[in-house]
Every structure is written in C-alpha cells, then in structure tokens.
Unconditional design. Structure first.
Length: 398
C-alpha cells in the first residue's frame, strides 16, 4: 500500500502553475458523446477521475488517442454500449454526466444509480426530474437508471435545488433537443461556463451560463472542436492554503483570480498579503500566526465546499476560534477526526465545526477519506512538527 511521508516545518516558496480543472474536464469528456466528430482536449489534469471517465467512454466504444503534446482526441461516434456500469460509477459519481449526452444523442442510457459516498448521500433526483420535463422516460431498476426518449423536447425547467453536475447534464442534453430550453435556479460555478464555451465552439447555442438562468436553443448536430481546459481553481486555492500554513511566499501563474475571490478574501482576513492580476496570484503570509476566519460553504460565488477542509487546517493553527458551517454536503467533516490526532482542537456538531487554534501540530499516521480531506491532511503534515504518514493516498490521485 502506497503512503505519503511528509517531513513538516518547511516554508513553501516559489512559482507554480495549476493543472486543468478536474471538474471542468469531466463534463467536457462526457460532452464528446454529443458529436460524431473528433474533439481534442488540451491541458487535461493527470488524475485518476480523468482515467475513469476515459475508461467509461472506452467501455462504450469511444476512440481515445493521446498525442506527444499530451492532448487527448476523443471520437465518440457510433457508441455500441450506452451503459455506465456500477464498477465505474461507484468509484466516480461524476459518471452520471454521461446520462444527458447519451439520452440526447442515442435516445437511451443505462447508468448505475450512484449510492452514498464519503461526503454524503448525494442523490441525483434533480437530474432525473428535469430530464423527465424534457420528455425522457426514466425508471429505476435493479440499481440502474434506465432512461429513454425518442426526441428530447425543449422545456422551461426550474431546478428544485442548485446542482453543478445536474446543471451540466441538462445543458448538454438540451443542446440537441427540439426547440428552446430555459434552465432556472442553476449552478453558477465557472466550470459550467467553461462547458458552455466548449459546447458553443462545437456549434451549440447556449446563453447565460455562469448566471442563474441558462437558455439553450437546440441544434441538429454538434461538430468537433479543440478546447483548452482552464486552470483548476481548487488546486490553486489548495496551494494558497499550503502557503498560508507554512508562512510561505508563492506565486501561482495561469489562474484567473475571479474564480476564487471568496477564497482570496478569506486568506486576506487571516492576515496574508495577496496580490493578483488577470492570470496570476501572489501570496505571502505576513502574520506570524494566521487570524481565525469563519466560513460558510455555499454554491459559487460563495465559499466552495471543496476548500472547506483546507481552511480547517489554517484555522487549526490560528490565534483564536473559528466556526465553519458546511451547507453543501452533510458528511464532509471526516478529516476532522484525523486532524485532531495531529493535535488540532476541533469539535463538530452536525454541520458546524468549532476550531480552536493551537500553538503547533505534530506528525502522526493518518488516513485520507476523500480527495479534499486528503489535501487537508497533507497541509497539516506540512506545518506539523515531525513526520506525518498519510495512508489511503488513492484518494489524492483522484
Ligand atoms: N443534490 C440533490 N439532488 C440532486 C443533486 C444534488 O439533493 O439531484 C444535493 C447534493 O446531495 C448536495 C447538493 O445538492 O447536497 C449539491 O450537490 P451538486 O449536485 O452540486 O454536487 P455534484 O454536482 O455532485 C460537484 C463537484 C463536487 C463539488 C460539488 C459542489 C463535479 C464532478 N463535482 O458535485 O466536487 O463539491 O459540485 O460544488 O463537478 C470535488 O471535486 O472534490 C467534489 C466533490
């Protein structure tokens, strides 16, 4: 079993660029199903979830080619199998992203129903209810979603709750539907606008992605494209948090700071100095000890749930007490018990964590539970005294 060994106590400094955004890349790979032509994706991150998504498309019959510049070209015409099997869905819930494209292009899809996961129950009812409003027939059978539709029809749909992958699924499905679709109460995450940009470069007619109303005028078919995936805002935020806990001095290049303004604001509240221009962020920790910062996670543009665990560590070594409210996922505090084993003083009551800053953390053997939780354990290891061993690092590979 592979583990990470971290010797704590070093200040981070230097320049770094981020990989392409995982949560933009996953729906983009799924969206290649909508076209018969070749789609080239540049700047894909080197991550397990990307491999899993390729495995899923490959299992349906898509051709996937990697060139010498590490660009992937995908051709998903004439898929033979329109199924996402449980073996893949259980390792990556984002497999649900093939549902909309398969229904729109092939009129049917069979997708294993994602169950619970490490961070919460995560149902997909908003995806299914909205697709039904476009004329899809959906039954749940033997643990699978079985969906069919002769022709998806444009509709006016208001989501019952804000969902990132649900918005993406519907946006993809509507590109090839008959007529106009209006989506209301949608997610506004930057990755949704990225996906819309890519689909529009393939001939789709999408307006308003990134706002809370998206309109899509269905077209007959989509062409191929070549598209570069923008940098990952959560990876950038994680590097900034790593610098914050090590009194570091770093510059992140190739990232649009507007994608993580709430994170930057909170870092400034800890006493850090943060400067940015349109595609870079410079960070230095001028405070000896970070000031505590209260956080409530919420959909974009508010503070992202995917940065909550990392900020738990900043607060854990802060000069006071901080409150964190996790409002997106009901079980996203699994890292707290492990952090307490490293000397943190954190108590959890439902979706509320109370973090009392301590003078120092010490290395320990800890176990990763999900990908962002793993990141927080690494951050704690970087600022702890002695050695930290992080087990179950396959979560980090995701
Ligand atoms: N929800 C429902 N019903 C639905 C869909 C969602 O009740 O049909 C609930 C969820 O249970 C959750 C909330 O709505 O409580 C929001 O879930 P959402 O659907 O927005 O999450 P997601 O689309 O499954 C994406 C990211 C997550 C990120 C969340 C929130 C991808 C592939 N995943 O998940 O990323 O945390 O949005 O921003 O885009 C990560 O990268 O570590 C990660 C978990």
């Amino acid at each position: 079993m592979e583990k990470l060994l971290i010797k704590g106590g070093n200040q981070l400094s230097g320049k770094i660029t981020c990989s392409g955004a995982k949560n933009a890349a996953l729906p983009m790979i799924a969206s290649t199903i909508l076209s018969d032509e070749k789609v080239t994706l540049k700047n894909l991150p080197y991550l397990q979830d990307i491999t899993t998504m390729f495995e899923l498309l490959g299992s349906m019959g898509a051709d996937i080619l990697l060139d010498e510049d590490m660009n992937f070209t995908i051709q998903s015409n004439n898929l033979k199998d329109i199924e996402a099997r449980y073996e893949l869905v259980k390792t990556m819930r984002a497999s649900i992203l093939v549902l909309g494209p398969l229904l729109a292009k092939y009129g049917k899809a069979r997708i294993a129903l994602p169950g619970g996961c490490a961070i919460g129950s995560r149902p997909v009812n908003y995806h299914l209810d909205s697709l039904k409003q476009m004329g899809a027939e959906i039954v749940l059978k033997n643990g699978y979603i079985e969906a069919s539709a002769k022709n998806l029809k444009g509709a006016d749909i208001r989501f019952d709750g804000v969902t990132v992958t649900g918005t993406e699924n519907l946006m993809m499905a509507a590109t090839l539907a008959e007529g106009k679709t209006t989506l209301l109460n949608v997610a506004k995450e930057p990755e949704i606008a990225d996906l819309a940009d890519m689909l529009n470069s393939m001939g789709a007619k999408i307006d308003g992605a990134g706002s809370d109303k998206i309109t899509i005028q269905g077209v007959e078919k989509l062409s191929g494209t070549s598209f570069e995936i923008p940098a990952d805002r959560i990876e950038a935020g994680t590097y900034l948090a790593a610098a914050a806990v090590t009194k570091g001095d770093i510059k992140i290049e190739g990232i649009n700071p507007n994608r993580l303004m709430k994170v930057i604001d909170k870092l400034i509240n800890t006493g850090a100095k943060v400067d940015y221009d349109e595609d870079s962020i410079s960070f230095s920790m001028s405070n000896d000890i970070p000031d505590p910062v209260d956080i409530t996670t919420a959909p974009f543009p508010e503070f992202p749930t995917d940065m909550q665990a990392q900020f738990s560590v900043i607060n854990a070594i802060s000069s006071g007490t901080a409150n964190i409210y996790e409002t997106i996922f009901e079980n996203r505090f699994m890292h707290i018990l492990e952090l307490n084993r490293m000397g943190c003083d954190i108590s959890v009551n439902g979706n509320h964590a109370i973090i009392k800053g301590v003078k120092s953390l010490y290395g320990a053997e800890v176990m990763a539970t999900d990908l962002r939780a793993s990141a927080s354990l690494i951050l704690a290891g970087l600022c702890a005294k002695g050695e930290t061993v992080v087990d179950r690092i396959y979560h980090i590979d995701r």
